[in-house]
Design a protein around this ligand. Structure first.
Ligand SMILES: C[S@@+](CC[C@H](N)C(=O)[O-])C[C@H]1O[C@@H](n2cnc3c(N)ncnc32)[C@H](O)[C@@H]1O
Length: 186
């Protein structure tokens, strides 16, 4: 009898758990406050487009300033690149690390909690960014000191006064935020 009750309980709990939405703990929401810019994710089709435009490969060191849930960094690591995300919100850093582990790229996809304006970006060969014009403007002096040939690919917003080498639009089910700009440091 006791066994029967235990089995019935296990089944009920199991069904209840299966019915839960598959939200991870600390899943961010669109518009979530951030230090200098809110969290809005780059659509996955545009992530791929941005990394294609920057021709990311195993020889690259990719950085994302304000890396959110880690999607740009994890996608870059899946292409064999070493990649580092800098994110102010500790919970997003932890979520990103969990996702990198789940995707099997934790060796190459690293995340640090920190301020993007303070980050050392000098070793990056690619920056994959989704930031506001005001953020990009403030980072511009750092961009100008990057090694010639470094690629900067931005989602949605342009770097003022810089001429993009390429403008790309993600197709498929991308919406919104589907245009990217590629710059090459000279
Ligand atoms: C628009 S979201 C972009 C997220 C991710 N890069 C993407 O493309 O999906 C901007 C991110 O920057 C983070 N952020 C805001 N101010 C920051 C700062 N000063 N330093 C580091 N991260 C910051 C926010 O928490 C948010 O996750």
């Amino acid at each position: 009898m006791i066994r029967l009750f235990a089995l019935a309980f296990a089944l009920i709990v199991g069904f209840a758990q299966a019915a839960q939405p598959s939200q991870e703990p600390d899943e961010p929401y669109v518009g979530q406050a951030g230090k200098d810019v809110i969290w809005v994710p780059t659509p996955s089709t545009l992530v791929d487009k941005m990394l294609d435009m920057a021709q990311v490969g195993p020889e690259d060191f990719v950085m994302d300033l304000g890396s959110g849930d880690g999607r740009n960094i994890i996608a870059a690591a899946k292409r064999g690149a070493r990649a580092l995300g800098v994110e102010w919100e500790e919970k997003l850093v932890e979520l990103s690390r969990r996702r990198a582990v789940a995707e099997g790229v934790a060796e190459r996809a690293k995340f640090v909690q920190g301020d993007m304006y303070e980050a050392d970006i000098s070793q990056a060969s690619v920056l994959a960014l989704f930031l506001l014009p005001v953020n990009l403007e403030k980072l511009k002096p750092k961009f100008e000191r990057l090694r010639p040939g470094t690629r900067i690919v931005t989602n949605g917003y342009q770097i003022s006064g810089w001429e993009p080498k390429e403008v790309g639009v993600a197709g498929g089910d991308c919406a919104p935020w589907c245009t990217a700009y590629l710059y090459v440091v000279r």
